[in-house]
Design a protein around this ligand. Structure first.
Ligand SMILES: CC(C)(COP(=O)(O)OP(=O)(O)OC[C@H]1O[C@@H](n2cnc3c(N)ncnc32)[C@H](O)[C@@H]1OP(=O)(O)O)[C@@H](O)C(=O)NCCC(=O)NCCS
Length: 198
């Protein structure tokens, strides 16, 4: 079962940045943000950050933390990167393989991506996007798809592609980024871990 069919298409839709939750702006200014690959021992904190971030997000059934766990358990967490502020994990991005109906291989899906609400709007999500996509390209991937707010993801080169579809989703919310300049056609399915409910 794929992700949006089970969750409704808006289950992956990006929410506008949440209100800031009482972090001293002076302190935020001095934050040292680093993005790195997940390390052994990060799993619980990633679960907690994902859970906390989506608690305040609309259009979700709050299962994203279980999806990340399930992807990892299935060996399908191709890229798992964390953002750390002064050494503490405060954001995360997952990239996993997708299947194309036409048989094209080498394509992946980005998400979930999370930044704790009190750290949103500081460019940390952008750092996670750029870092994970650069890693994916360096691995030799053909491209990446994403389901979410077109205004946010187009900042990173994602674009709506004619003929590359995610059934049941308004076309403008499903975008792709090709590393080779070529785009496949057909229907895209996410990993079965996206149907995990907890
Ligand atoms: C989406 C998310 C990861 C972005 O992280 P972030 O650190 O706030 O992003 P950045 O600081 O790099 O970028 C902020 C910019 O993106 C915009 N933005 C953030 N979320 C957006 C969205 N859903 N749609 C459109 N624009 C968005 C902000 O308005 C801001 O714009 P500005 O640069 O013009 O001020 C974060 O908001 C989040 O965790 N949201 C809740 C979980 C979620 O919905 N994840 C995506 C679906 S899996």
């Amino acid at each position: 079962m794929d992700f949006p069919r089970s969750r409704g298409w808006d289950g992956l839709r990006c929410a506008p940045a949440a209100p800031k939750l009482g972090v001293n702006p002076c302190k935020r200014f001095s934050l040292n943000i680093e993005v790195s690959n997940e390390k052994s021992g990060d799993e619980l904190k990633i679960h907690q950050v994902t859970e906390q971030t989506f608690l305040s997000a609309p259009h979700t059934d709050h299962t994203e933390q279980f999806i990340v766990d399930a992807l990892r358990g299935a060996g399908a967490l191709t890229i798992s990167q964390v953002a750390k502020a002064d050494g503490e994990i405060i954001g995360h991005v997952a990239i996993s393989p997708v299947t194309l109906s036409g048989g094209t291989t080498g394509w992946f899906g980005l998400g979930p991506i999370t930044v704790l609400p009190e750290f949103q709007g500081l460019g940390i999500g952008s750092k996670l996007m750029r870092s994970s996509l650069a890693t994916l390209e360096a691995m030799g991937a053909s491209g990446c798809v994403v389901l979410g707010d077109p205004g946010y993801y187009s900042r990173f080169g994602f674009t709506v592609v004619d003929g590359l579809v995610f059934p049941g989703v308004p076309p403008e919310y499903f975008q792709a980024l090709s590393f080779s300049g070529e785009f496949p056609k057909g229907e895209v399915s996410y990993h079965e871990a996206f149907s995990t409910k907890g």
